[in-house]
Write a protein that binds this ligand. Structure first.
Ligand code: NDP
Ligand code: ZN
Length: 177
């Protein structure tokens, strides 16, 4: 990766860290939220060997529109329209109910762009790992299983995108509680 591409990725990390600064994950220790976007980058770059700066940058930013006050316009201005579009593709519509959002993810996964599918794969890999290793406090066995089953339904819609990432997904899926 050249210097310009690396700068984009580092700037995306810095921007995301700032935007998520007051948020925590749902695990017992309330981990810093930014560890989750960093985990996606780790999966994509180090485990799957992907180097596309747009995909890595969008992965770092993937929850900024959904979970912070960040606007699509802000992302376009800072990082360009391609990253904005990738982040929007992986952002739920928060005007919908939670159950409807989950259903929409299953419906829309197949039609997503390749970059968005890679980010979705990494997001589900990381969230399933979290459900196994650092589950949200208060989630009983049924809820953890339900989350695994929903994630598998989403990923089944986009198989054929990246065999390496899908194999990593299947490894964590095999750890269903
Ligand atoms: P989720 O069930 O969607 O919570 C999981 C999301 O939280 C993940 O997708 C992830 O999203 C984020 N997250 C943060 N910390 C963690 C962590 N440590 N491990 C895994 N994921 C984490 O959202 P809600 O809590 O809002 O619940 C909504 C849905 O849950 C409802 O639609 C309902 O169907 C179901 N539900 C089931 C119950 C049951 O007992 N079976 C009870 C109540 C609700 P991100 O990547 O965006 O951060
Ligand atoms: Zn996420």
């Amino acid at each position: 990766m050249n210097q310009t591409d690396f700068a984009l990725v580092v700037d995306a990390l810095s921007f995301a860290a700032h935007k998520h600064r007051d948020q925590r994950r749902k695990d017992r220790d309330a981990s810093p939220y930014i560890n989750h976007p960093i985990a996606l980058m780790r999966v994509l770059a180090l485990e799957a060997g992907l180097q596309d700066p747009l995909v890595l940058g969008a992965a770092l930013l993937h929850d900024t529109v959904e979970d912070t006050e960040t606007t699509p316009e802000e992302l376009a201005e800072r990082f360009g329209p391609a990253i904005r579009d990738l982040v929007l593709e992986v952002s739920d519509d928060k005007t919908l109910s939670k159950a409807e959002r989950k259903h929409q993810q299953v419906l829309h996964a197949a039609g997503a762009s390749e970059g968005a599918k890679l980010i979705k794969l990494a997001d589900k890999i990381c969230n399933l790992r979290d459900v196994v290793n650092n589950p949200p406090s208060g989630w009983d066995l049924a809820r953890r299983r339900e989350y695994f089953d929903w994630a598998a339904r989403v990923i089944d819609q986009l198989r054929g995108t990246h065999p390496g990432l899908e194999a990593i997904f299947d490894q964590v899926l095999a750890r269903r509680p």
